[in-house]
Design a protein around this ligand. Structure first.
Ligand SMILES: Nc1ncnc2c1ncn2[C@@H]1O[C@H](COP(=O)(O)OP(=O)(O)O)[C@@H](O)[C@H]1O
Ligand SMILES: [Mg+2]
Length: 268
């Protein structure tokens, strides 16, 4: 491969943070970062670890697509543009240490905790908050805790909940249109500062890693529960989501993944 006429792709960038699924690098301009999507998968607070070949490529594409659509309905997001198969340019934010979970159907920890059968539709949407702390196992917290410990202000909390509901309404419709039930999902938000003022924007990613997506007719799981529950076919499920979203015209999907595995084999 030649880099003629191109900048060297990975020219000594400073790594800011390596998480479970992504790496953040310093961006080309102040206030920007590069978000690199890995194939690493973790579950149950990283007690279970694995790799899903090609997941990073798919999540990068899916998240780009969803964030672009959300920007189109007026949700402010950190997404600037996708740079390549695994990377996107984003605005650097000060992450609010709260995971906002929106639920439409009982599943996962809610089913377990309350002993309600998975798949039970909720009569109204539930918004939950989890304190982002791996050592504590991301405990469920209430708005009282969030305000008391200063993780977010009342106004920020209101903005996050409001955006979470708008995202849910939009994405529920988007997925329903392609035969997928949006069971639940997780969002992360961050602050951007403008002198002494800050505002909240949507950050991180929206992908099958952080959503429960069930096929509407078969009930098949098209998300990270395939990995959590050892169901197999993870990458095929993520690919199916991408395909239904219209992200792989003309069988481009296999081409993308082939190229990736080819690179891996060559150790690049
Ligand atoms: N725009 C952003 N600016 C700064 N940090 C971000 C931004 N978007 C996401 N993050 C943070 O970057 C990390 C992404 O990597 P990830 O592998 O998901 O980490 P983690 O293991 O902490 O979940 C997360 O900690 C997330 O909160
Ligand atoms: Mg994460």
């Amino acid at each position: 491969m030649t880099f003629q006429g191109k900048k060297h792709p990975m020219a000594r960038r400073r790594q800011i943070y390596e998480g479970k699924a992504k790496i953040l690098y310093e961006g080309p301009e102040p206030g920007t970062l590069i978000q690199y999507f890995k194939d690493d998968a973790t579950a149950f607070n990283a007690q279970k670890k694995g790799t899903i070949n090609g997941k990073g490529v798919l999540n990068n594409r899916i998240s780009e697509h969803v964030f672009t659509l959300l920007a189109g309905i007026g949700i402010p997001t950190h997404f600037i543009r996708r740079l390549n198969m695994r990377e996107q340019l984003i605005r650097q934010v000060e992450i609010v240490p709260i995971e906002v979970v929106v639920r439409n159907v009982v599943a996962g920890s809610l089913a377990k905790k309350l002993g309600i059968e998975e798949g039970t539709p909720l009569p109204r949407t539930i918004v939950e908050y989890y304190y982002k702390d791996d050592a504590l196992g991301d405990p469920l917290v209430t708005d009282e805790h969030i305000l008391c410990f200063g993780w977010a202000s009342q106004e920020e909390l209101h903005d996050m909940a409001d955006m979470a509901i708008r995202v849910n309404d939009f994405l529920s419709g988007l997925f329903a249109g392609i035969g997928i039930r949006l069971v639940d999902f997780k969002l992360e938000f961050g602050r951007i500062w403008d002198n002494d003022y800050s505002r909240i924007i949507l950050a991180d990613e929206i992908s099958p890693d952080g959503c429960r997506l069930w096929d509407m007719t078969t009930g098949e799981k098209l998300d990270k529960d395939r990995f959590r529950r050892d169901l197999g076919g993870e990458v095929e499920a993520y690919q199916e989501v991408a395909r239904r979203l219209g992200l792989f015209p003309e069988g481009e999907d296999s081409a993308v993944l082939d190229l990736e595995s080819h690179r891996k084999r060559r150790g690049k």
